[in-house]
Design a protein. Structure first.
Length: 156
């Protein structure tokens, strides 16, 4: 319900909150240490473009529509897209994960359309860091947790 409500809100309203969160999380590290420790932040998302099936039969999407998907990797530090992949709209977003998640020295942020736990294990083994929302039915085991104490993060 909340995500549907967000469809009607201008995303610019959230930018100050996002900037404050990023600022608070990174305020204690010098600039060169931030890059060494966290690397670049890269956002990954897809957009579906529907088309007339009559003219674009090769892009079958639904029974009455054709469509393509644009999978974009956006470099948040530079403010530009790095990769835009075009695919048929029918396959799931996660089918393009390995094409857009390719580097180690960065943090990827993507939505739960890209959730694939086997690939997450592979990414973790390669040192690829990522942030995503888990699906509602995700099974979790807490290995350790972090807490904020006196402006320093510590392992509990």
């Amino acid at each position: 319900m909340l995500s549907n409500y967000n469809n009607y809100i201008d995303y610019n309203i959230y930018l100050p909150v996002l900037n404050e969160l990023i600022s608070n999380a990174l305020e204690n590290l010098p600039v060169n240490e931030k890059s060494k420790k966290f690397g670049t932040v890269k956002l990954i998302d897809s957009s579906t473009i529907t088309m007339a099936k009559t003219y674009f039969q090769w892009a079958e999407f639904r029974s009455s529509k054709a469509g393509i998907k644009l999978h974009t990797k956006f470099n948040l530090n530079k403010g530009i897209p790095e990769i835009i992949l075009v695919s048929n709209a029918k396959p799931h977003d996660r089918s393009k994960m390995e094409d857009v998640i390719t580097e180690n020295n960065c943090i990827y942020i993507f939505d739960k359309g890209y959730v694939d736990y086997k690939k997450f294990d592979s990414f973790s083994e390669k040192g690829i860091r990522f942030i995503t929302r888990l699906k509602d039915n995700a099974a979790l085991d807490e290995i350790n947790s972090w807490c904020y104490v006196n402006k320093k993060y510590k392992l509990k």
